[in-house]
Write a protein that binds this ligand. Structure first.
Ligand SMILES: Cc1ncc(COP(=O)(O)O)c(C=O)c1O
Length: 430
């Protein structure tokens, strides 16, 4: 298919959704107060942010970032390799390594570029990479050129073990096996069975374990030290990758490990490290200040968990279909994509900012609204969200008790696939 035909398919869908008044993405936020935002002159409760600890609006973080600009300027002036390296970067790397319990860390400008750069340079053609099926796009992007790659059933250590055993049993196998998982999965909010996955090293001593803890950092473990620490398997987790774009209220990413030679290699071979500008001082300082705050104020993490428990309990009592885990990401299953778009639009109209995830980000027919708690959410905001959700759950018949009835109706209507779904089936953006 020619480029313009492919593009027209996507633009046709977005136009259709815009014309129908239900296009939910790329909403331009005019102002943010953290737990509330202003969009098109309307103030909304934010229940879809990854700023889990609400630190993006902490006065200390903002002040430190502003001071860093006065000291170092707004841009880094080059790659770290050449003219952009700062004492600040090195300090941050040392603090990050200590925070996650590793010997060394290497920064990148985003989490995406960390996975892209690190994974892109680590593997040779004889190595085998095994990914959880639901791993983030940045992981698969980093593995783009990898020759031998497999996936295991989501969060199933048994499935991973079988794949590793069968790969290693091949007579010509002489490489390394790298298992990659997320700590908290970004869409489902599932917490990885990190104890079982890291435990596979008992069975396969040469196995290397790579944890993308983008959503676990600042959220799980003592003082928010992450998923490996939560399960007590930091030593068995060879690489811990993290990002500042979630609980660390900034932008930037890092990879930490006790394999210091490997990190030295990544520092010099990661293309997104060498051929990209360094992390600006304001972003690095914001992340550094978040570590200070996390170490001093563990109650922020505790509050996040109590808010999460309260919201999960309320959603369960309402009869909503949610995944059960410890994580502040609470996706609410809606059903068809169209219904999820309409649901998100009505949430918006009623003063709540939360976005839908549709196929292919989630399986067909299981579109969801991804909600996320922040430790700075106030009770009145949460009460408001729950009141609206309760009313809308009845109206849209998304409660578990409604779903058999709805499924039967949908079956009766089968075959009358909507133009939106039909147009979308062959592309991957929407
Ligand atoms: C699991 C996971 N890894 C990596 C990334 C990329 O991080 P960043 O936003 O810092 O580029 C994300 C961001 O959504 C993520 O969810």
């Amino acid at each position: 298919m020619k480029l313009h035909e492919r593009c027209q398919k996507v633009s046709g869908i977005t136009r259709h959704l815009r014309d129908a008044g239900i296009y939910p993405y790329f909403r331009p936020i005019n102002r943010s107060w953290g737990t509330e935002v202003e969009v098109a002159g309307k103030r909304l409760v934010m229940i879809g942010s990854n700023d889990y600890l609400g630190l993006a609006h902490d006065a200390r973080v903002k002040e430190a970032a502003a001071q860093a600009i006065f000291r170092m300027g707004t841009g880094p002036g080059g790659s770290r390799f050449l003219s952009g390296n700062m004492v600040l970067h090195q300090t941050l790397e040392e603090r990050l390594a200590a925070f996650v319990g590793k010997k060394r860390a290497v920064l990148h400008v985003t989490g995406f570029s960390t996975n892209l750069g690190a994974l892109g340079c680590l593997l040779t053609p004889s190595d085998y990479v095994l990914c959880d099926r639901e791993n983030h796009a940045s992981i698969f992007a980093g593995l783009g050129g990898t020759k031998k790659m497999g996936t295991f059933v989501h969060n199933d250590a048994g499935s991973a073990a079988r794949k590793i055993a069968s790969e290693m049993a091949k007579p010509d196998f002489d490489g390394q096996v790298l298992l990659i998982t997320e700590g908290i999965f970004s869409m489902s909010g599932d917490v990885a069975v990190m104890d079982e996955l890291a435990g596979l090293k008992k069975q396969f001593p040469d196995l290397l374990v790579y944890l993308d803890d983008a959503h676990g950092l600042g959220v799980l473990g003592p003082n928010g030290r992450g998923t490996a620490e939560h399960f007590g398997v930091t030593a068995q987790t060879d690489f811990i990758m993290g990002t500042f774009s979630k609980a660390f209220a900034s932008i930037g990413g890092f990879i930490a490990s006790d394999h210091v030679d490997v990190l030295e290699y990544i520092q010099h071979q990661s293309r997104t490290q060498i051929f990209s500008a360094a992390l600006p001082a304001a972003s690095a300082t914001a992340a550094l200040t978040c570590i200070d705050i996390l170490e001093a104020e563990p109650e922020r993490v505790t509050r996040l968990h109590s808010i999460t428990a309260r919201m999960r309990k309320a959603y369960n009592e309402m009869g909503l279909r949610i995944t059960q885990s410890l994580s502040p990401i609470i996706p609410i299953t809606i059903g068809s994509d169209e219904k999820a778009f309409m649901f998100a639009q009505e949430l918006f109209d009623r003063g709540i900012f939360a976005l839908p995830a549709i196929y292919p980000a989630v399986p067909r027919g299981q579109a969801l609204i991804r909600t996320a708690c922040m430790s700075t959410h106030e009770d009145r905001q949460l009460d408001f969200v729950l009141e609206v959700m309760d009313e809308m759950a009845r109206k849209y018949r998304i409660r578990i008790q409604d779903q058999d009835e709805v499924a039967a109706e949908e079956e009766a209507a089968a075959g009358q696939a909507s133009t939106i779904a039909g147009a979308r089936s062959s592309q991957s953006l929407l």
